[in-house]
Each structure stands twice: as C-alpha cells, then as structure tokens.
Design a protein around this ligand. Structure first.
Ligand code: LR7
Ligand code: MN
Length: 595
C-alpha cells in the first residue's frame, strides 16, 4: 500500500503553490481553477508562471513512470478547438479494436491533450451577460465513474479546472463505483496527489459497486459546496458554462438546471454543436424512456413575456432531463428527496427526478448559455449484476410513485414489468410525495408538458385498430417512429402491444404516440398511408373522419378511404376510392370509455 502522505512529501501546499500564482497577474485574472494544479507538469498551453521554485523530486512511485509517459503521449494542441483527430497505422488498428470493445476510442483519447480546448459554442448574446462572481454560490462537482477510460476521466477533471473560477469551485468529487480497471486506482491516486490539488480534487472509493444512483448519492453526501453539479465521467465544458448555472440557482434555488449538451464523438472526439440558435429540451415516451423534443411555441412565448434577457438565452423550461449533467442547490437536493436509493444499476432516475421536481414545486430548466459536451457511446461498456434490466425496473418504481393512473399506460408498453418482483416496495417514496404535497401527474402533463399526447385520454378511441373480417391490425412494423414511416398491417396481437397501439383523436387524427397518419402523395395508386410528425392544429392532411355506419376511415383532404384489399400481414396500408359496400374498408376499434 502506498503511503500518500509520504508520496507527496506530506506538504499539501507543495502542490498548491498559491504564492507563486499570486505573483503572476496573468493568472490572478481570470483566476481559473487550473491554478489549482501544477501546469508545469502538463502540456498545457504555455503559461507564464513567473518566478518558480524547483520542485522537490517526487518520491518514487510505481505510477510515476506511467503518469509521465501519459504526458509524453499527449501531443499539445491535438484535438484543440474540439477538432476531430484520426489515428493511422498501428495506432488506428489499436483504436478500432478498443472502440469495438468499449464504444470509445481510448487509444485516440490518450493522444489528445488533457487540456485541449473546445469551441465556444454559445449564442453570442451570452458573451454580453456578466456575472458578479463574488455573489455566486460555490459548486461541488460530482463525477461518478465505473471503468471509464482513465484519460477521458482526467480530461473531464481538467476541463472543469480550466473553465471554472477558483472562487466558485469548491471541489471536484470523483466517485469510483468500484471500478475494476486498474489504472483508475493507484495511478489515478498518484496523479491527483502529485499533479492536482487534493483539497480540490477528491476521490471517493466505494467498496462495492453501488450503481449510478447510489454512487451519486455517496458523492452528494460528501459534498460541501452550495450547489451540486453532476457530470458524467466523459465531459468537456465550454468556457463560461458554470456561471449561468450558479447565477440561476442563486436567483431560484428550486430550479434544477441542465446545460445544453453537445456531442463529443466517441471515435474521433470531435466536439460538435448543433449551431447556437436552436436546442432541444427533454421529453419522455410512454414506455419510460427519455427523449429530446423541440422547445414548444408556448414555452417561447412564456420566455418572451417573463424573462428579461432575449428569449434565445433565457432559462427554458424542460419537462424532463437526460440525467447525467445537471446543477441543483445542495439543500434543495436533499429536501426534494435526492434519489430513490432503492434504484439499482443505471437508468430511470432521470425521469424520476424530473417528474418529482415538477410535481413537488420545482422546475427543470435548460440554461442556453451553459454548454457541456458529452461523449455519447453506442452501447454501454459495462454490464449489470445478473444482466438485469435496471432501466426498466427503476422506471417501474418511478411510475408506481409519480405517474398515478398514467402508470397503466406505461405498463401497456411494458407488461413484463407490471408484476416484476424486483420492482419492490415504494412506500417510502409515496410518503415523501405526501409529505411534500406534490401535485398529480395529470397536473404535470397539463401544465408542464401539454404537448405530450395522452394516448388514452380525451380521445375517441384507442388500442388496436382491426380489420372487420380478417385478424389484421394497424402495426408500425417496428419501424423508427421518429422519422416518417409507412403504416403497416400485422396479425392482431392477443394483448395490446406497443407496435399496435393507436388512437383516433377528437381532432380527427389517426395516430400513435409520436406520429400521425396521412396519405403519401402519388399520381397513381397505390396510395400509401404514411405516418408523419403531428401538427398541433391538425392540418387537413392529418384529418380522418370515421364514418360510423360503414366503419370507414375517410381521409379528408384526398376523400379516399382506408382499404386493405389484397393486403396481408407486413404490407403497408393504403387508401382507395370510398365504397360503402367494400368489406376491406371496414375498421373496428374500441370506443373510449375514458375521457
Ligand atoms: O454502475 C454504474 N456506475 C457508474 O458509476 C454505471 C455507470 N456509472 C457512471 C458512468 O461511469 C458514467 O460516468 O455513471 C455515469 C453515467 O453512465 P453512462 O455514461 O454510461 O450513461 P449514459 O450517458 O449512457 O446515460 C444517461 O442516462 C443515465 C440514466 O441512468 C444517466 O442519467 C446518465 O448520467 C445519462 N447521461 C446523460 O444524461 C448525458 C447526456 C446523454 C443523453 C441523453
Ligand atoms: Mn454518459
């Protein structure tokens, strides 16, 4: 075992060197937290550090060589400005190999500077907003990790140090969720102890893997800053990202904030932004997943009315959050019920927190002047104990507590979870809900996310839409519902399934959760039925009339009727000239008893 005190000479100031930096006006302003670490040892952009003491030699450590070698591997400037980098030759082969294993090009990451810069992707309007640093609350940044690539984690830490003013950065807490990856132990300790300021960068080691939710709780318990900021272990922040978060919490402590999350490519590490003018906020799907949605007109109008800044850079209400990157007042985090500690592994905690915050009196807001990049991976490089679907199980816990009668809708999509033994008891969370006098899920939908289509409420009918004579039903044929797709037919399932779940609305839409039926333009038959994004004020093209007497669906703008003549399972549905005698134009669905 290493004796850390001995390793660092037992002198914490040795690595802090505050005097040295004070003497240098360049570093006093902007007073970035990178003053906390020893820039001489890094391939940071050259900084004039003034008069220098000669470093005492570092007591031999088995990790010193590795740490030094890392520095040599890192080519200064490579990847700067968030530019894509490509490997070649042997390195490329190694990169491709590791990429297949962990969905991230670790080989490449090791060649990129820990201190690389990323583009200032902010809306230019953000640059004219100034913050009085002296009144901002302080932040504890909590970064949990399990088997993350070492260099990616270290780069996340450097990015925070390089972008945050010392006076607001209380600490960075790295929570190791019992990683098996060796580098993340002795070497990381050695790096933190010898190259960073241990008073700022702290490592909390969990004895056993607790999963994302409990690891975050452990970090939050240790934190002492006014505000908790959670980041995934593979993030790089844009300059000026932290001030608008802290400032908004100062002004509104019950607002839970998310930055705009930019994409860092998991293969070439390109930092890409979607321009600065438009960004998306968080929604959800009835099967219990987070999704990205456009900011509604309603919300834009609200901002114009209520916010002092130009609308584009105003805090923007977001029905949900992705979960990994957010800022919350530390006291409020505990008051409002932190997390459901009984959630295992990964997933579901983000919708739980989102619904809870809104229903219990807080808000979730995207702060457009705060931008942080995140490495999106194609798959998870880790497994969960017993290969459990912890996302599903956690989401069922969430639904049982927060979704009231709408949980039935969730269970239509996830019948496997309705009586799943691992979902467990939620009495404690129900008590919390009562104690905090939280509002209903119906309130949440009506007030926070009125754009969300409630499949079973206020509709003419919902469920399976069946042919009159054959056992064929509307079916999305498992096509991607986010893009236009052809409405298909398939054998009706016994119970209602996701792909056969449709509704006929009072506005005359024939739709599923995400898309509305219309007729594909064509000069001659077949006229296919295509599912497209719904317009809120149902345009003519998405308007269908159900002619009760003959059970026909008439498409208003083409005056054609839904017809399955000659079609079989897996075919795409069509419309044809209406004919009241046609058996293939008769459709049945359950009229809604609700509403
Ligand atoms: O058992 C684990 N223990 C951990 O400490 C599993 C994971 N982790 C760590 C992991 O090392 C990482 O730092 O937890 C963090 C998040 O895990 P990821 O990066 O594998 O998750 P993700 O980015 O794919 O998933 C998103 O949804 C999750 C639901 O539980 C979490 O809320 C993630 O934080 C969240 N990520 C984001 O919101 C970033 C934006 C992505 C989007 C959309
Ligand atoms: Mn992540």
């Amino acid at each position: 075992k290493l004796n850390r005190e001995k390793d660092t000479g037992g002198d914490q100031n040795h690595y802090h060197k505050p005097e040295k930096f004070k003497a240098n006006p360049k570093l006093v302003k902007p007073n970035l937290a990178k003053d906390f670490y020893d820039v001489d040892d890094l391939n940071a952009p050259p900084v004039d550090v003034g008069e220098q003491q000669v470093d005492e030699p570092i007591v031999p450590s088995p990790f010193e060589d590795q740490v030094r070698r890392d520095m040599a591997k890192q080519q200064p400037g490579l990847g700067n400005d968030g530019k894509a980098v490509h490997l070649s030759g042997e390195a490329k082969i190694r990169g491709d190999k590791i990429y297949k294993q962990i969905a991230l090009n670790e080989e490449l990451s090791e060649t990129l500077s820990y201190n690389r810069t990323v583009p200032d992707a902010r809306n230019p309007l953000c640059r004219s907003v100034s913050y009085d640093i002296s009144v901002l609350p302080t932040a504890s940044i909590v970064v949990i990790f399990f088997n993350e690539p070492y260099s990616v984690l270290v780069r996340t830490v450097h990015s925070v140090l390089n972008t945050c003013d010392k006076s607001v950065l209380k600490e960075i807490i790295l929570v190791d969720d019992a990683s098996e990856n060796e580098e993340l132990h002795g070497k990381l300790d050695h790096y933190v102890n010898t190259r960073l300021d241990k008073n700022v960068v702290k490592v909390l080691r969990l004895k056993n893997r607790l999963g994302l939710i409990r690891a975050r709780l452990a970090g939050a318990r240790m934190a002492t800053g006014d505000v908790l900021i959670f980041l995934d272990a593979h993030c790089e922040a844009v300059t000026g990202w932290i001030e608008p978060l802290l400032d908004r919490i100062r002004e509104s402590p019950s607002s839970v904030l998310v930055p705009i999350i930019d994409v860092i490519d998991s293969n070439d590490f390109q930092y890409s932004t979607n321009g600065f003018t438009s960004f998306q906020v968080g929604g959800f799907t009835w099967n219990g997943h987070f999704d990205w949605i456009d900011v509604s007109k309603r919300e834009k109008q609200r901002k114009e009315k209520e916010c002092d800044h130009p609308e584009e850079i105003c805090p923007t209400n977001s029905p949900t959050m992705a979960g990994g990157l957010f800022a919350i007042d530390r006291k409020y985090f505990w008051e409002i019920g932190s997390y459901d500690e009984q959630m295992d592994g990964w997933g579901g905690e983000n919708l739980e927190m989102s619904f809870r915050i809104w229903q219990c009196g807080g808000t979730i807001e995207t702060i457009p002047c705060s931008r942080v990049g995140h490495v999106f991976r194609d798959f998870h490089p880790y497994k969960f104990p017993n290969d459990k679907d912890t996302h599903g199980i956690n989401t069922a816990r969430m639904a049982n507590v927060w979704m009231d009668e709408y949980k039935d809708l969730f269970y239509i999509f996830r019948p496997d979870l309705r009586f799943h033994p691992d979902v467990g008891d939620v009495t404690h969370r129900m008590m919390l809900k009562k104690k905090l006098k939280c509002k209903s899920f119906d309130w949440f939908l009506n007030n926070v996310y009125p754009e969300k289509f409630k499949m079973t409420k206020g509709v003419v009918g919902w469920g399976k839409f069946k042919t009159h004579k054959d056992n064929l039903c509307f079916d999305d044929l498992q096509q991607n519902n986010e893009k236009p797709f052809n409405l298909g037919l398939y054998y009706c399932s016994q119970t209602l399934t996701h792909s056969q779940f449709f509704a006929y609305t009072r506005q005359g839409e024939l739709r599923n959760e995400l898309a509305c039926a219309t007729v594909q333009r064509s000069d001659s038959p077949p006229y296919l039925v295509v599912m497209v994004q719904c317009y809120t004020n149902s345009k003519h093209n998405e308007h269908w009339v159900y002619l009760q007497e003959h059970k026909q669906f008439l498409h208003k703008s083409t005056r054609l009727c839904l017809d399955h003549r000659g079609l079989k399972a897996q075919d795409y549905l069509q419309v044809a000239p209406c004919d009241i005698y046609s058996e293939t134009q008769k459709w049945e669905f359950k009229n809604s008893t609700h509403s």
